[in-house]
Write a protein that binds this ligand. Structure first.
Ligand SMILES: Cc1cc2nc3c(=O)[nH]c(=O)nc-3n(C[C@H](O)[C@H](O)[C@H](O)COP(=O)(O)OP(=O)(O)OC[C@H]3O[C@@H](n4cnc5c(N)ncnc54)[C@H](O)[C@@H]3O)c2cc1C
Length: 284
């Protein structure tokens, strides 16, 4: 099957892109890498009248160091590709976590075109960046006809494939606070073979300098489940606490989904003891 016919525009500024979005009565859509929207259009699950290609907007493809009071942060432009993160072409505020995650997304052809902003706007619960941003408590920078606004992580995704973005708004970037030199992280993605979306995700970040001990249970067909204080799973393994978190994430005990997420959570916690060591055994 092929996509229904559509018009195509390639604006060079965010303002022009938003103006074009506003002309479509909800039928015009931004496109970045096209790696999620393209297949949906080919299946005719999406039939936009006009595609507004964001890739010629230089401001969406860069990065900015944000020297906040505490802590410093990086803003990554929405059109930053997975490959640019994998290859270190943009600064990594996460001490190896983001490049590690990037190189385990799909395969290189997808990573060359797919963007962090496209992934976060698509908000597939099984995708990687939506779970990593929840782990990092990132902020989302949004611009629309009324100006710009910042959406905190908790306000971004309200359910599968649903975000705080209005039809005439664009995600311009994501703001990520820098982890300190003493931070540790782990990321466990359960999928049957490389290149497939996750069936379960679990991740931890511990940063004593910033007072963070957080975990995420992801790929749960809903918003990533954030464990704000994961210390019962980090300072030893508290099994009743783990069970309670998995159930609070909506996983029913004795189901396949519960079991793979339980294993993912425990393996991610174990991986923290090998500093920033991936679960395939490669040191970061
Ligand atoms: C074979 C295959 C395997 C994959 N495996 C994985 C995987 O393992 N893990 C993973 O995380 N992902 C995976 N993906 C998805 C991939 O990461 C996509 O690149 C990503 O989900 C979408 O990014 P994109 O830039 O291609 O967005 P697009 O497809 O261009 O857009 C996706 C949606 O977001 C909207 N959009 C795009 N950019 C913006 C913006 N800046 N502001 C507002 N709205 C915007 C579009 O209108 C559309 O609705 C896979 C994809 C394929 C094809």
């Amino acid at each position: 099957m092929k996509a229904a016919s559509f018009d195509y525009a390639r604006p060079t500024s965010t303002g022009d892109a938003i103006a074009l979005l506003g002309t479509g009565a909800g039928m015009n859509k931004p496109v970045a890498g096209g790696q999620s929207l393209g297949p949906m259009m080919n299946l005719r699950l999406a039939q936009p009248e006009m595609l507004i290609d964001l890739r010629a907007i230089a401001a969406l493809d860069g990065w900015v160091d944000v020297p906040d009071v505490e802590p410093d942060a990086i803003v990554l432009g929405a059109c930053t590709t997975h490959a640019a993160i994998e290859d270190g072409k943009v600064p990594d505020p996460t001490r190896g976590l983001m490049p590690y995650v990037a190189r385990n997304i799909a395969y290189r052809a997808v990573r060359n075109r797919g963007t962090i902003g496209g992934s976060l706007a698509h908000a597939d619960p099984a995708a990687d960046w939506i779970n990593v941003m929840a782990l990092l408590d990132a902020q989302y920078l949004v611009t629309g006809p009324g100006g710009s606004r910042i959406v905190g992580n908790a306000g971004w995704m309200s359910g599968a494939f649903t975000t705080a973005l209005a039809e005439d708004e664009i995600l311009t970037g994501v703001r990520i606070a820098k982890l300190s030199a003493s931070a540790r992280w782990s990321y466990y993605k359960f999928n049957r073979k490389p290149g497939e979306f996750a069936e379960a995700i679990a991740a931890f970040v511990v940063d004593p300098v910033r007072g963070i001990c957080r975990a995420v249970i992801g790929a749960i067909e809903a918003t990533p489940f954030v464990i704000a204080d994961a210390s019962p799973l980090v300072d030893g393994w508290n099994e009743p606490f783990a069970r309670a978190q998995l159930q609070a994430a909506g996983l029913a005990p004795d189901t396949y989904e519960y079991r793979i997420h339980a294993v993912a959570l425990e393996r991610a916690a174990q991986a923290l003891s090998a500093p920033n060591m991936s679960l395939t055994g490669k040191a970061e």
